[in-house]
Design a protein. Sequence first.
Length: 357
Amino acid sequence: MMPAEATLRLEVLPASRLSRLNGQDSVLGGACFSHSARPLDGAELPLLAVDMSLPAGEEAICEVWHCGEPLESGRHGPIRYRQGETLLFGCLSLDEAAPEGARAPLQVATEAAYQAIFELLESRGYQTVLRFWNYFPAINRESHGMERYRQFNIGRQDAFLAHGRSVIDKVPAACALGSAGGGLQIAFLAARANVVGVENPRQLSAYHYPSQYGPRSPTFARAGLVRLGGRDMLFISGTASIVGHQTLHHGDVAAQTRECLHNIAAIVAEANRKAPGADFRLDGLAYKVYVRHSEDLATVRREMTQFIGAPVSAVFLQADVCRAELLVEVEASGGHAIGSGQADIPTADTPCLSTPA
Ligand code: 3EB
């Protein structure tokens, strides 16, 4: 066996082939998407089962991060995690607590979840989070006099503040999407390395959004850049059709998709400026695409193919996006290995833009 060359590898595989991971020492953790969420065995591994629909006829899908280091699994409160010498992947599912005074249950659950995550990271000596993935149902629904995404933003920011973490400038990349059911679910990838925040010159930093989007600004960076195993890696947050702080192209999913990709191109250019040797390219990234209305999937796929101009690795999911007017959100990562990492497993299973819709 060849030693694992890259520190980090992203594998996308159908949930039906998840058992293939059994006994693979390299599995760090990941997330599986199906509707309804399918319970996962392999309880040893931090795999999050997220309730999210896929394009019609497509099989439930898993995103699994692998790492070449010797790994060990652990638990901390609600968190299941797996860690090596330089990387840690963790995930948790929390039910929203019963109403507690004036604070919305989602806000309470979010603050508790992030507090638990920061406790774990502090105790294990992981100061940097490369990426958070946040999923919870009914993200645009109003309760307790406020949209649930805004409740989430309060709970998240309070936990950052309680742990003495900055809520501007030095914040992790993230996404926040509406799932089809279940509790609050968070996955995260952390490192013992320095992460450089990347912002998008076309957009106001989300941590500076004005109060019209909620009493607390969202705590995330447009992207995080990190050097692992001698390679530059880029984690691009969920990216939407926002310029400045405004939503553009109301009701036009094709134009929103193009605007997302212009934003991602700007983030990639900014990352290449900060890491001159890296040469990140749009056609070399692994994408995850969240589409609000499943009937828009074919349009989004077509716009991405046209914009990028090459077949790329992309997972498509149906999810609600954090502003009611947003129809699509695209996240991406690059610089790490992509694929099964085994010559005998054809990569044709990996969903790809070139797959017929
Ligand atoms: C935006 O740019 C779209 O709250 O963690 C994108 C990425 C969005 C992350 C988050 C929200 C988050 O504001 C929404």
